[in-house]
Design a protein around this ligand. Structure first.
Ligand SMILES: [Cu+2]
Length: 505
């Protein structure tokens, strides 16, 4: 077992534009294979990184300042992780190494959104059927928040992200700047991911089925949990802090694992933002649940913790078990060991932003999250019982607001993400499972429960729990076009729990 808290936290570098193009910042990012030290006692690990860095460099952009990004692929022609060629999009007839970048949470025209079938290979030699353009443009007309960019290639997203293709993208604006929140160097992104390693330091990802049935080799697995937790690409790091307030922009960038984070000395998180920006007011939370792709913007006040070593713990029950504090029950350590370099003049205002409640809508859709067995007897997760290749069924009109009732008839929570839009969670309500199984009817089995206080902001990923109807409301726009919605458990997303949708004019 790897020793915890022996490597310092690393902080991703900020990427700078190479030049201006049509008066807009222009960035070039190259995906490269590299070997990186992830722990003191591990030999360097082969990873794929944006600009050869895992995690990729952090973008800092200003609201209303569009940027161009040229995403280039200089990866090897063969994948180093096991591809299941029976998965849609990953067939033997397609190149092994395909990439396409999605800016998660970005309000982006579809030609720059990273449609899964808009993939491209090394030096743009080959491209998928929906490939339109090499250079992407991000308009950035959205409030300050923490987005992330990651790979989204059809059928191998789980492998490409696991290999390292993910990074942060922070949108800044004047409204937020006026709040006097803790700022650099006390403003730190934290990307939490789980991984498993072979003894030689190489990444482990299952290449054998987890069930005693005859399935393709290597098989897509229904879930993947690593036995080691990394933050910003380091195994169980420590971070020396001053006795003052810090802002942490936390992202769960794991494939399947959920976290319930807390601090070992009982210090609460003061949550100030959700996936899509600031909450109305700061919310004190003793612990914080994050499903894959969810973000939480938090303040932690270490000012009364001088001399302490505080562990960020994880208590989320996974596969029926509480995580072991010695392994996946620990995330990282904060050592309040540094002297105060200057007085802390930051503040946490009582009012952060306004989040007007959406009430008017034009249409409701009821969409099941369900499961079937495939022809090999494996679990196949679906959105409304449809495959990726089935005709498009969700066609909201540009500018209209819809409520989606996500009816989860499976046994697991699915973090559901829609591209392009931001939404509000209305409520969650249990339904009678027996009645559903016997008659296919959805009948309420309890009251509607409002979202948690720290979910009452703009979101782009929602935890839809088993046996519940989760209602979300969102206006569709500002762009028409072809997008996707999907479960953000990457093993589900790759194996059919993703659907195209079209915003029509
Ligand atoms: Cu799922």
């Amino acid at each position: 077992m790897l020793k915890k808290f022996v490597d310092p936290l690393s902080i991703m570098e900020t990427i700078h534009p190479t030049c201006l193009m049509q008066h807009k910042p222009y960035y070039e990012v190259t995906m490269q294979e590299t070997f990186q030290k992830l722990h003191r006692d591990l030999p360097p690990t082969k990873v794929w990184g944006y600009n050869g860095q895992y995690p990729g460099p952090t973008f800092h952009v200003q609201r209303h300042q569009p940027v161009h990004v040229l995403w280039k692929n200089e990866l090897p022609r063969h994948h180093f992780l096991p591809i299941d060629t029976t998965v849609h999009g990953a067939e033997k007839s397609n190149p092994e190494v395909r990439t396409v970048v999605h800016l998660h949470g970005g309000v982006t025209p579809d030609t720059s959104d990273g449609y899964p079938e808009a993939w491209f290979t090394r030096d743009f030699e080959k491209a998928g059927p929906y490939f339109t353009n090499k250079m992407y443009t991000y308009p950035n007309h959205q409030p300050a928040t923490n987005l992330w960019y990651h790979d989204h290639a059809m059928g191998i997203t789980r492998l490409n992200i696991y290999a390292g293709l993910a990074g942060m993208y922070v949108v800044h604006d004047h409204e937020e700047a006026r709040l006097n929140l803790p700022s650099e160097p006390y403003d730190i992104p934290l990307i939490i991911q789980d991984r498993s390693f072979h003894e030689d330091g190489s990444l482990f990802y299952p290449s054998e089925p987890d069930q005693p049935v005859t399935v393709p080799h290597p098989p897509v697995v229904p879930e993947f949990f690593g036995d080691t937790i990394l933050v910003n690409g380091k195994v169980w790091p420590y971070f020396n802090v001053e006795p003052r307030r810090y802002r942490f922009r936390i992202l769960n960038g794991s494939n399947t694992r959920f976290y319930q984070l807390s601090l070992s000395n009982g210090t609460p998180f003061i949550q100030i933002g959700t996936d899509q920006g600031l909450l109305e007011t700061p919310i004190r939370v003793p612990s914080l649940v994050l499903a894959p792709a969810e973000r939480a913007d938090v303040i932690v006040d270490f000012s009364n913790c001088e001399g302490q070593s505080i562990v960020m713990r994880n208590a989320f029950i996974t596969q029926g078990e509480k995580p072991d504090p010695e392994t996946t029950g620990s995330v990282m350590q904060f050592r309040v060991s540094k002297p105060l370099t200057c007085p802390d003049t930051s503040s946490i205002p009582a009012h952060l932003s306004s989040v007007p409640k959406l009430t008017h809508y034009q249409r409701t859709r009821t969409l099941k999250l369900n499961m079937r067995k495939d022809s090999y007897g494996r679990d196949i997760h679906l959105l409304d019982d449809r495959l990726w290749s089935d005709p498009v069924t969700e066609t909201p009109k540009l500018g209209q607001t819809e409520i989606w009732n996500l009816v989860n008839v499976t046994e697991a929570t699915h973090p559901i993400h829609l591209h392009l839009v931001r939404f509000q969670i209305l409520d969650r309500q249990p339904f009678d499972r027996k009645r559903f199984e016997d008659h296919g009817e959805i009948v309420a089995a309890g009251p509607r429960v409002l979202p948690e206080l720290n979910e009452r902001g703009w979101k782009d990923t929602v935890r839809a729990r088993a046996g519940e109807v989760t209602r979300i409301i969102m206006p569709f726009g500002p762009y028409p076009g072809l997008y996707v919605w999907h479960c953000h458990i990457l093993e589900h997303e790759d194996y059919e729990m993703m659907r195209p949708y079209v915003v029509i004019r």
